[in-house]
Each structure stands twice: as C-alpha cells, then as structure tokens.
Design a protein around this ligand. Structure first.
Ligand SMILES: Nc1ncnc2c1ncn2[C@@H]1O[C@H](COP(=O)(O)OP(=O)(O)OP(=O)(O)O)[C@@H](O)[C@H]1O
Ligand SMILES: [Mg+2]
Length: 256
C-alpha cells in the first residue's frame, strides 16, 4: 500500500471557467503520471494555467473533464495530505508565525508532539526568534517561509508549491531551493513545484513539464537525469536549460 502513497494520476484533465463573455478554456488534455516521491516542476508563461492545475490537484477547483487521483483515491476537496503553498503567503494576520504554522497540524495531534513539530519546521525555514511575530511584522519572504512551514507540519504526501520563492531575494532563493531538496529527501514525499525560473526548474526537478500557452497542455516533459546537488554551470545542466529556453522561443515565434 505504502508504494501508492503520494502517487498522482492526472488523466484527460480540462478546465474551463465560465465568464460573462463565454467559457474560458484554461487547461486542455492534461495527462501526467507522477510516481510517489517524484519531484515535478511545472514551467510555463504567465496565464497558461499553472496555478489552476495546482489548485485542481489541491482540490480547490474541480476539473471540467478528466480525473485526478492520489494513490487510488479520487480528489474531492482539499486535504492535509496535499500541502499547498500559494503564490502569496496567505497567513492569518491575527495569528503569530507560530500560531500560523501550528494551524497546519492535523486535528488530534498531541500537544507536545505538535509543539516539537512546529518548532522543528519553524527553525528549518529559518524563522527561529520570530515565533511571536505577526505577519505584518516580518518580511514578505519570511511570510512565505512561514507558509511553507505551515504546509510541512502535517507531513503531506504531496507538497504543492506555487512559485514559493517568487518574493525572495536571489541568495535566499538559492538557500530555500537547497532546503526544499533537503526536506524532500527527508520526507520522501512527492513535490509539484511551479516556477517561471528555468534555472530553478533544472536545479530541482526529476522531470520538468513545459506548458504551452493557454489552453495549457504539456508541450514537453523533460527528465533531468543529473545527480544532486546539481552544478548550475556544468555542460549538461546548461544544455537542458537551453533546450527549455528554446521551447519558449519557438512558441513565441509561432505566435508572431
Ligand atoms: N477562478 C477563475 N475564474 C476565471 N478565470 C480564471 C480563474 N482562475 C484562473 N483564471 C484564468 O485562467 C488563466 C490561467 O490562470 P492561472 O492563474 O492558472 O495562470 P498561471 O499560469 O498560474 O499564471 P502566473 O504565472 O501569472 O501565475 C488566466 O487567464 C486566468 O485569468
Ligand atoms: Mg500562477
């Protein structure tokens, strides 16, 4: 049984939004099999449907067609087995960093265990000393790290990360990429990460799903078979990065 935990099956998924001027087709024919413990990165231009796909997996939206299963269970609404970090931190402004992170604990977690878990992830994301601070008292990047810790404390089977490092400066971003790899290795969970940063995609992913413009489909799914930690300046790394850049360049040319 344990083997299917965290495996994701996305079959024939389409998503349309009803707008006053007619239906907006956002995703078309999305198929993806994700093995338990795999690290998938989604890249694509703004508006191609990356967040929508993540929200579908998170159970915050339902597909117009097709199905998404986690292991052998169809997804029906959100659940703590799928931890989500949004493009914006979305912390509760009336709660401290500690309280926000503790909010992610599973119901019925024993108090002592909960305290230890919150403390562990708070320090893992580099927020020790700020446990009593409210969201408006910490920086945007720190808020995003608190949101990451909130998603991690329930030890989700699947971690859904929507451009989680967008608000971070370049150095913190690199540090967080390393932290995510460490957390991923330790938890053996599945990760689906959205980014517009191709360097980040090649640094992190087992496979990179390159999305077309709206309606989003997978233009290509590239395996990255480089050992970790990856050297961003190595020839094979640069080659994969260039291949992805070219995919976008060609799509731009086709439009023009
Ligand atoms: N709830 C909604 N109702 C109507 N349209 C929506 C809704 N959510 C998303 N859309 C539309 O779907 C398209 C894809 O949006 P989405 O947020 O998934 O893009 P994205 O790839 O994440 O872009 P970005 O990189 O800018 O975050 C956009 O045209 C957006 O306007
Ligand atoms: Mg988005």
């Amino acid at each position: 049984m344990r083997d299917s935990r965290g495996s994701l099956h996305i079959q024939g998924v389409e998503k349309n939004f009803a707008l006053p001027q007619g239906d907006l087709r956002v995703l078309a024919g999305i198929d993806l099999e994700v093995a338990a413990g795999e690290f998938i990165v989604l890249v694509g231009k703004s508006g191609c449907g990356k967040s929508t796909l993540l929200r579908l997996i998170g159970g915050l939206e339902t597909p117009s067609r097709g199905e998404i299963r986690l292991g052998d269970k169809g997804i029906e609404g959100p659940g703590l087995e799928r931890g989500m970090v949004f493009q914006e931190p979305r912390l509760f402004p009336w709660m401290t960093a500690w309280e926000n992170i503790a909010f992610g604990l599973r119901a019925g977690t024993e108090a002592k265990e909960g305290e230890a878990t919150v403390g562990k992830y708070l320090s893992l994301v580099g927020l020790s000393g700020f446990e009593g601070a409210y969201p408006h008292q910490i920086s945007g990047g720190m808020q995003q790290r608190a949101a990451l810790a909130r998603a991690l404390v329930s030890r989700p089977e699947v971690l859904l990360l929507d451009e989680p490092f967008g608000a971070l400066d370049a150095l913190t971003r690199i540090q967080m990429q390393l932290e995510i790899l460490r957390i991923w290795k330790e938890s053996k969970g599945t990760v689906i990460l959205v980014t517009h940063d191709i360097d980040e995609a090649v640094f992190l992913g087992d496979r990179i799903a390159v999305m077309s413009d709206r309606p989003g489909t997978f233009r290509d799914i590239l395996p990255v078979k480089l050992p970790r930690p990856r050297d961003r300046s190595s020839a094979p790394f640069v080659k994969i990065r260039r291949k992805i850049y070219n995919e976008f360049f060609h799509s731009t040319r086709k439009e023009g």
